[in-house]
Design a binder for this molecule. Structure first.
Ligand code: ZN
Ligand code: ZN
Length: 397
């Protein structure tokens, strides 16, 4: 039976697991209940299973009956600090936590793929590493799992790595989307404190006003974006938080702001990390003040390997038909910690439309919304794609 038909046959079980995870969402690196559900779903399969130390990850290795390389499949498991308002029958039972990014689908689909691939173990030419990862939403769970050895779990580095991510909007249900090169942005955080000298607002020349200097920095950062970066290798800097002072007639001692920086190439990201702190420091010095500027790297650019992205596109066309896949015209400005895996292993990150059939994908609520709905209709084909990517990539050797 084709993998796709087998996935459809177990779709009910996959949906059941997904609903159970959805009802009990957990946030961050410690997801004990989700981990238990995954372990229960994998129970009885011929897998080598290990769990994380610093986080509640699950790594499962399937060793095929024939020799060959290893491939890695990633599914993230964590939820978001959002109170669900969908009123679905399987909606979150926990106020303040919701699977608003669809990671419950990824976990269930990956467990389904483990089942399908286990049934084909004898003919499998190599190994599959199933990476069930906590803490994607800001906790760099993938980096923790790499530190704990997930890339060495099969005894040798995987030759390729794939991740699927559902979308509640934009893509029609069942449509896959990927591209070679930058797939998602790098996201970094800029934290600035400008140290001045407080005083009376009527005599600013006797003080050192940090507010005007900080304002100049905010504007200069926008100028930096337009004057130092190629328009075809874009950068976004947004100051999302700015704090200083208490009232109109007092110059405060300091001003503080936070900004996010998004970039789409390693080069642009490296340039940001170097130029931003220097610019901030130089502006402060120019006015006789001092400033601390921290540029903290959060997630790198998610860069799809050109060959692996093309292979994923071909697999989608072969398994589901040409109309089911699209090449994304642009990268997504969000960020992903699967980027840490793709820094070390060539692979591809693939989006999958999970908007409820019949709803307009352009008008549907986005991922992270309290009313985002991800339809079960995407589960079987997502499961099938995970399994087919592994099977076909191992067959390639
Ligand atoms: Zn998310
Ligand atoms: Zn996500």
């Amino acid at each position: 039976m084709p993998v796709r038909d087998e996935a459809a046959r177990i779709a009910g079980d996959i949906a059941e697991l997904r609903h159970a995870i959805h009802r009990e969402p957990e946030i961050g690196l410690d997801l004990p209940k989700t981990q238990q559900k995954v372990l229960a779903a994998l129970d009885g399969l011929p897998l080598e299973i290990s769990t994380g130390q610093a986080l509640s990850s699950v790594t499962a290795v399937l060793r095929g009956g024939r020799p060959g390389p290893a491939v890695l499949l990633r599914g993230d498991m964590d939820a978001l600090p959002v109170t669900e308002e969908t009123h679905l029958p399987y909606a979150s039972a926990i106020p303040g936590a919701m699977h608003a990014c669809g990671h419950d689908l990824h976990t269930a689909m990956l467990a389904g793929a483990a089942r399908l691939l286990s049934a084909r173990r004898a003919e499998l030419p190599g190994s599959v590493i199933f990476m069930f990862q906590p803490g994607e939403e800001g906790y760099a769970g993938a980096r923790h799992m790499i530190n704990e050895g997930v890339l060495e779990a099969a005894g040798e580095r995987p030759v390729a790595a794939y991740a699927l991510h559902v979308s509640s909007n934009r893509l029609a249900c069942g449509v896959f989307s990927t591209r070679g090169g930058a797939m998602l942005a790098a996201a970094d955080q800029i934290t600035v404190t400008v140290h001045g000298r407080g005083g009376h607002a009527s005599t600013p020349h006797r003080a050192a006003d940090p507010i005007v200097v900080a304002c100049e920095m905010v504007t200069a950062l926008q100028t930096l974006v337009t004057r130092k970066f190629d328009v075809f290798d874009p950068v976004v800097i947004t100051v999302g938080s700015f704090h200083a002072g208490t009232t109109d007639n007092v110059i405060p001692d300091e001003a503080r702001f936070w900004a996010t920086a998004r970039s789409f190439s390693r080069e642009a990201r490296g340039a940001l990390a170097e130029m931003v702190p220097r610019l901030i420091g130089d502006i402060a010095r120019g006015h006789g003040l001092t400033a601390e500027a921290a540029y903290a790297g959060e997630y790198p650019v998610t860069i799809n390997d050109a060959t692996e992205a093309e292979f994923a596109g071909e697999t989608i066309a072969t398994v589901f038909g040409a109309g089911r896949g699209e090449t994304a015209e642009f990268p997504i400005t969000g960020a992903e910690d699967f980027s840490f895996v793709l820094e070390q292993v060539p692979g591809a990150f693939v989006m999958l439309g999970a908007c409820p059939p019949g709803e307009d994908p352009e008008a549907a609520p986005t991922n992270h919304s309290a009313v985002a709905v991800f339809d079960d209709a995407a589960l079987a084909d997502g499961t099938a794609l995970y399994a087919e990517l592994a099977l076909r990539r191992l067959a390639r050797g």
